[in-house]
Design a protein around this ligand. Sequence first.
Ligand SMILES: [Mg+2]
Length: 247
Amino acid sequence: MTFDKTQTDLVTSETEADPLGLRELIERARVVLWDFDGPICRLFAGHSAEQVAAGLVEWLEGRGPAGLLTEAERNSPDPQVVLRAVDRRQPGSDLVAEVEERLARAELRAAASAMPTAYADPLIRTWTAVGARLAVITNNSPLVVSTYLTGRGLLGCFAPHIYGRTKDLRHLKPDPHGLNSALTAMSAAPSDALLIGDAVSDHEAARRAGVAFLGYARNERKAELLREAGARVVVRSLNQVLRHLRK
Ligand SMILES: [Mg+2]
């Protein structure tokens, strides 16, 4: 049983009852939808997301109305939390648009020092070589994704199917809009597709789109969050996926 070793790498208890979970996910996927930050790279690896969030908060304190953000939002290490908070309080405002633009610029600067996720590049190339069609569904700016993928020589594996943040923030994951857009554009059924993601919002978006989900977690804390959200198969290394694909 070549499965035994792999099984020990899987972090969900469900997979013990269903050791074929990963293999089934891989074999059924004709269309592979990737979240960007996490499964493909660590966008803020050399460029702290916390600093970006703090920069947005500082800028808002000079520009936005007083008391726009709660204490928890002001201290959030995640710039997406700050953006969405502003959007909730002032949806469709110029202020939201400005925060979004500032975040997109910070993401673009971060793209230059993003850390490729281990085994992501060969997995992307191998999946493309065996005939799967790939797309990116991300809450980051789509320009950042195409810039990063161009730098890795991987843009051709995805283009034109990159679905990122637009001015309409209601469409961010966990909303399934990006997944649905990709499936429509690729003339694919949800049952043909698999989403690889590292966040609970990815799992939720996949569930709402009727798409299978493969969790990627670079640490046990993230794996636990995905498992608690109901993810049945979570891998700690994309090499586990690559090994199956190469069989
Ligand atoms: Mg992510």
